[in-house]
Design a protein. Structure first.
Length: 149
């Protein structure tokens, strides 16, 4: 077996980083793929990812986790997905799928429902994010075939 074939099949291989440093993690349910994504986030963004994950779990103990489209998703079975985040070069984008219903409304976005906030290296406002996470988890989220309302 070639060394390339061994690396490809190795469970210790590091995920590839896509544009902006976003880890390429295959679609999967559960905490393990989310933790693999966070572990692969480059530099200071890894700490932001850990803090976001911990904040969500603390405020929504029954949260369901998955990686979809190379991003961690958080939801509640029977309600849908309520938040996700994605790594970019200079920030981590935290998207609330029903963000227009949050108070105050997160500043990013102009679409029908979703709103987001870009978290830079030193500006993670944990109290505000905790408030938004609790609000978002208490209402219907984005329903996909794998998390039905």
């Amino acid at each position: 077996m070639s060394s390339k074939a061994k690396r490809k099949g190795s469970s210790t291989a590091k995920p590839a980083l896509l544009a902006g440093g976003n880890p390429q993690i295959g679609r999967a349910d559960g905490d393990a793929p989310v933790q693999a994504y966070i572990k692969a986030m480059p530099g200071w963004r890894r700490d932001v990812g850990r803090r976001l994950d911990a904040l969500i779990v603390l405020n929504v103990p029954n949260v369901r986790k998955a990686v979809k489209w190379n991003s961690p998703f958080y939801g509640i079975e029977g309600q849908g997905w309520f938040v996700s985040f994605h790594t970019f070069t200079n920030y981590v984008k935290v998207t609330f799928f029903q963000g227009v219903s949050l108070r105050p409304v997160p500043p990013g976005g102009t679409g029908k429902d979703g709103r987001w906030i870009n978290v830079h290296e030193h500006d993670l406002d944990e109290p505000q994010l905790a408030t938004w996470v609790k609000q978002a988890a208490a209402q219907p989220g984005w329903v996909t075939s794998d998390i039905r309302a």
